[in-house]
Design a protein around this ligand. Structure first.
Ligand SMILES: Cc1ncc(COP(=O)(O)O)c(C=O)c1O
Length: 781
């Protein structure tokens, strides 16, 4: 009976009719060979005959009678795999193997027509079949994770029959061509041929290079059971009948394909399963690179084999061809996806999205970059992302220059943190001198904190005379929020349409750059930044309706918080009257007015030291950060004494690192450098120079739309010929400039605006270099 020639595909296995024993015969087999008596209920099977037995002793078992074409060695492999799992991962819910009266795991029986069959008994697992509801995502990640766990459990398992050739193994997808005549519909025929061609081109050459081992190879909803009270908890893995030695990624594609059937978002569904798998077994980029084609291969495999088998087993049509029609629709939906986009999404869900770009550039430096990216993904998790399609690996900075590990130099036109230039010697000395002497918390008296508070408040209008120190802009805004709520007794917040104010729980909710407008909580309402867009031109800022909207949700404004350089909104400064009106309306409604100077402060805007000074206003609270310590974590809240007093009476405030002597030394030295090197004036002059040259470029390059901002904070809109903003082009320009050694960013809603925000030691010759790289990008793109 053994299929001695294992070079043959097991077509006969799929061709041979399922066994046809009667219930009485099976009862007899159970009793004689295994000593079991009880009730029998038939179970579904593709090519075998299975029964559920409820024994008189109360045990629940499954009797499996194999197809006569099934090789006993293959069944032996499946049973030994179950035994192996029971040893290495006893908690994994797989069936246990029962021995016969003769002490054998497999017994052989003969049908009336003389065919021989292997028969075996396994424990019946409790649980229910999963609901395959496309709208329900509960099972997706757990499926990916459970499959990966099963793969790990089988890592050390081997069996001499493991390389037998099973048509259900995706390695053999090309073999499906011989069944194409069974596909009658011309469109379906074309669809299958299209994906077979892709498979031959993209997957076949890689097969010998990818990770392989013995895998389940059919981990799909039909073969798992979930808890009755928790559809996301897998409590049973059954049917090891397609187990074989193949690629890990084939096994994953096999799981994903049927899950996409009838799904409105097949790519998102696949990504969820991939993410669950990747958490347990990190996927390699070559594996992710072919996953789109492998998923398609499995879908066509399901349909081609079903179309063929229906013709030879018409009696089992319902079982064989159950999902075929829906799968054709899913395949068509899969085809219209852009494979590169799908792959990018798969990389992204595994936090490996930058890798694609890196892989396309073969040199030694990229090996280091690649290993960094993999370690980042593993060690830092999926929240972190890097700038540029080909991320930059910086090892040193000096003034406006950054250097990578290969000694390449980049002109830094982006970093506001290194406000007075990277590693400015005066700041570095101040930090290291103080670090050598003492660093401690603000619970002890120290002169630096007072000197810095004096230097900051000296630059603020009266009555902003109290300075409280924190470490980040987010903390500063969080503290401003606490104070505003206490002082006003209100609970609402007013922000601009595309804002960023920090990463703490509260400030994230004030950041429409992070939370889409639709998902903002009702205590946060938005108004227009002073952009030049039509919405703002035609109406006012929208503050009155924002206050009304707050009221409709039971809130009054506690605070209006504005980035005074409107960087996330696209980079603007306040036109005369804008802040004044907003402040007046907010105050009339009982709220406080917060100027977030984390971006615009410390002289960058040239004309004024602080962004709020562009209008005739005095904020209730000013928050500071980023440039304040030139890269050292230092931030602050400046306010009136009576506001700080309300907080003092309520809870007081302590921040271990806020205002420590080393941070204050950094802050003091930054202010000294700005003063000594006249950097505010530099920002004004170089900013004006850049602006004039940009105005000339604007005439020659229609892709340059409006230019806005002030000093060394400039936004350049990139537009299409019809004047619409063009985020894709902006992204291409930014990446092109990066490749030519000039670092800039993009900003604004959907990021259509080039963001120029260099250290403010930036000189005219640097501006020339920047504009040269911009022109080169515009000429070449
Ligand atoms: C305007 C504004 N406010 C607050 C913050 C938060 O600062 P941090 O990242 O130091 O918490 C940022 C950071 O980009 C910012 O741009």
């Amino acid at each position: 009976m053994s299929n001695a020639n294992h070079d043959l595909y097991q077509d006969d296995l799929l061709e041979t009719r399922s066994p046809g024993f009667t219930i009485a015969q099976v009862k007899d087999i159970g009793d004689k060979l295994f000593g079991l008596t009880g009730d029998l209920f038939p179970l579904d099977s593709e090519r075998d005959q299975n029964f559920h037995i409820r024994t008189e002793a109360g045990d629940q078992l499954v009797i499996k009678i194999a197809n006569s074409a099934e090789d006993p060695a293959v069944i032996d492999m499946q049973l030994r795999a179950l035994e192996h799992i029971a040893v290495v991962d006893p908690e994994l819910p797989v069936p246990k193997v029962l021995l016969s009266r003769n002490g054998l795991a497999i017994e052989q029986i003969q049908a009336e027509n003389g065919t021989e069959h292997c028969v075996r008994i396994l424990t019946y697992l409790p649980g229910i079949p999963p609901m395959v509801d496309p709208a329900d995502h509960a099972l997706l990640r757990p499926m990916g994770a459970c499959l990966a766990r099963l793969v790990l459990d089988l890592r050390g398992f081997f069996h001499p029959i493991a390389n037998y050739k099973l048509l259900w193994d995706l390695k053999h997808t090309s073999k499906l061509r011989q069944y194409l005549p069974h596909i009658r519909d011309a469109n379906h025929h074309e669809l299958v041929s299209y994906f077979l061609d892709r498979f031959d081109r993209n997957v076949l050459p890689l097969i010998p290079k990818l990770r392989a081992q013995i895998v389940h190879n059919d981990f799909v909803p039909d073969n798992i059971l979930v808890a009755e009270d928790d559809p996301g908890r897998i409590v049973g893995i059954i049917d090891f009948g397609d187990m074989t030695h193949t690629l890990l990624i084939n096994d994953l594609a096999t799981t994903i394909a049927p899950m996409l059937c009838g799904h409105a978002d097949p790519v998102g569904t696949a990504a969820e399963i991939i993410a669950g798998y990747h958490e347990i077994i990190p996927l390699e980029d070559a594996e992710l690179g072919i996953l789109y084609d492998l998923i398609a291969a499995r879908m066509i495999m399901l349909n081609v084999i079903a179309s063929w088998r229906v013709t030879i087993h018409p009696y089992n049509k319902e079982y064989i061809a159950g999902n075929v029609e829906q799968m054709w629709t899913t395949l068509e939906a899969w085809r219209i996806q852009d494979p590169a986009d799908v792959t990018r999404k798969f990389f992204r869900v595994c936090s490996l999205w930058e890798m694609e770009e890196v892989n396309s550039i073969p040199n030694k430096a990229n090996e280091t970059l690649k290993s960094h990216l993999l370690r980042r993904a593993r060690l830092l998790g999926p929240c972190y992302y890097l700038f540029y399609k080909r991320p930059v690996h910086i090892v040193r900075g000096e003034g406006v220059w950054l250097y990578d590990g290969d000694g390449n130099r980049y002109l830094d036109a982006y970093n506001n943190v290194a406000h007075v230039g990277h590693c400015h010697p005066h700041v570095v000395n101040a930090i290291s001198n103080q670090a050598r002497q003492l660093n401690t918390s603000s619970r002890y008296m120290h002169g630096h904190i007072l000197e810095l508070a004096e230097q900051i408040t000296k630059r603020m209008p009266e009555p902003l005379s109290v300075c409280m120190f924190v470490c980040t802009g987010s903390e500063a805004n969080e503290l401003a929020w606490q104070m505003s709520k206490l002082v006003s007794g209100n609970s609402g917040v007013l922000i601009t349409k595309f804002s960023y104010h920090g990463s703490s729980a509260a400030t994230t909710q004030f950041s429409t750059e992070l939370i889409p407008q639709k998902k903002l909580p009702s205590h946060v309402q938005t108004l227009f930044a002073p952009t030049s867009n039509t919405a703002f031109r035609k109406s006012d800022s929208g503050i009155s309706s924002a206050i009304t909207a707050l009221g409709e949700h039971g809130h009054q404004p506690a605070m209006l918080i504005l980035d005074t350089a409107f960087v996330s909104d696209g980079i603007y400064t306040s036109p005369k009257g804008y802040l004044k009106t907003l402040f007046a309306k907010t105050r009339a409604a009982g709220g406080l007015c917060i100027a977030d100077e984390v971006q615009g402060g410390f002289g960058r805007l040239g004309q004024h030291f602080w962004g709020f000074q562009f209008d005739d206003v005095i904020p209730d609270i000013v928050t500071l950060g980023k440039p304040m310590g030139n890269g050292h974590p230092l931030a602050a809240v400046v306010t009136r004494p009576e506001i700080a007093e309300v907080l003092a009476n309520e809870t007081g405030y302590f921040n271990t690192y806020g205002g420590n002597p080393v941070s204050c030394a950094a802050g003091l030295s930054v202010l000294e450098v700005i003063e000594k090197e006249a950097l505010q004036r530099n920002a004004l002059e170089v900013g004006q120079y850049m602006r004039e040259r940009l105005a000339v470029l604007q005439r020659d390059y229609p892709v340059i739309g409006e230019i806005h901002g002030s000093g060394l904070l400039q936004g350049i809109d990139i537009v299409k010929p019809d004047g619409a903003l063009d985020p894709e082009m902006a992204d291409c320009i930014m990446n092109h400039m990066r490749e030519n050694g000039v670092l800039i960013g993009t900003t604004g809603q959907h990021y259509p605006t080039l963001k120029i925000r260099p250290p403010i030691v930036f000189q005219k010759e640097h501006a020339d270099m920047l504009l040269g790289a911009l022109m080169e990008a515009l000429d070449e793109l």
